[in-house]
Design a protein around this ligand. Structure first.
Ligand code: PEP
Length: 260
């Protein structure tokens, strides 16, 4: 039985004061989260604040990105070792907002997938659990290329490290057309893609595939979480906008906990 995971990606939002009250409101419901892993992904400058607030509570935390380098002259980057230094358990890798908007802009898709695989390697070697984001763009979606996009990144990862390495990994299916749009994938659509991903990994290692947590991300809210999480291959969610609203986020965590 896979324990569900709900990951709250705060993106570039928050202040020390607003974080403090958001965390306090979430923690007030933490007793309901015993059957679900809950993790918070603040901006890097607030990781220490989150560490202080969540240590000893049973909740987890991580970063929104990790460098593919160990250390050195990489201004603005944060290394896997630095992330571990703040007791992070997780790091997001390959979020579409990084792939599309920032330093990863000029790279072609295959190089980008390779960069994700390099970051994966760096995170895993520092003892972090990478949450690797995979998903098709609106254009790829319209052209029916979802499986092709998913396979390309999965095969790059498998070629780098082999299927066994995925046993310390979480995958997140995040269709780009659903992120921040209010237009979630239907539970049926998401289930089909998740099942496809699991079967792809199972071809290499059935046991790893069976234990692999695959999250869904893209406009998950308190009112659609339960139907998404009721699907057999959806093991929780990666939550953006709704993770900034305590009531919404708590409702999503409760919906995931009920699936056990
Ligand atoms: C995300 O940022 O990964 C995400 C899924 O955002 P939202 O929930 O706002 O669609």
């Amino acid at each position: 039985m896979r324990k569900p995971l709900v990951a709250g990606n705060w993106k570039m939002n928050g202040t020390s004061a607003s974080n403090q009250s958001l965390l306090a409101e979430i923690l007030a419901s933490a007793a309901d989260f015993s059957d679900v892993d809950v993790a918070i992904f603040p901006p890097a400058v607030y990781v220490h604040q989150v560490q202080q607030a969540l240590t000893g509570t049973g909740l987890h935390w991580g970063t929104q990105n990790v460098s593919s380098y160990i250390d050195g002259a990489y201004t603005g980057e944060v290394s896997a070792a630095m992330i571990s230094d703040f007791d992070c358990e997780y790091t997001l890798i390959g979020h579409s907002e990084r792939r599309c908007l920032y330093d990863e802009l000029d790279l072609d898709q295959l190089v980008l997938d390779q960069l994700v695989a390099e970051k994966y390697e760096m995170a895993a070697s520092s003892g972090l659990t990478p949450i690797i984001c995979i998903g098709e763009s609106p254009q790829e979606h319209d052209q029916g290329q979802t499986e092709e996009v998913v396979v390309r990144l999965l095969d790059t990862l498998l070629a780098y490290q082999g299927a066994k390495a995925l046993s310390r990994t979480v995958l997140a299916y995040e269709p780009v057309w659903a992120i921040g749009t209010g237009k979630s994938a239907s539970p049926e659509w998401a289930q089909n893609v998740h099942q496809f991903m699991r079967e792809r990994v199972a071809k290499h290692c059935p046991k790893t595939a069976e234990n692999l947590r695959i999250l869904y991300g893209g406009s998950v809210k308190g009112n659609n979480a339960a139907s998404l999480f009721s699907k057999p291959d959806i093991d929780g969610g990666l939550i953006g906008g709704a993770s900034l609203i305590a009531d919404e986020f708590v409702a999503i965590c409760r919906a995931a906990a009920k699936q056990i």
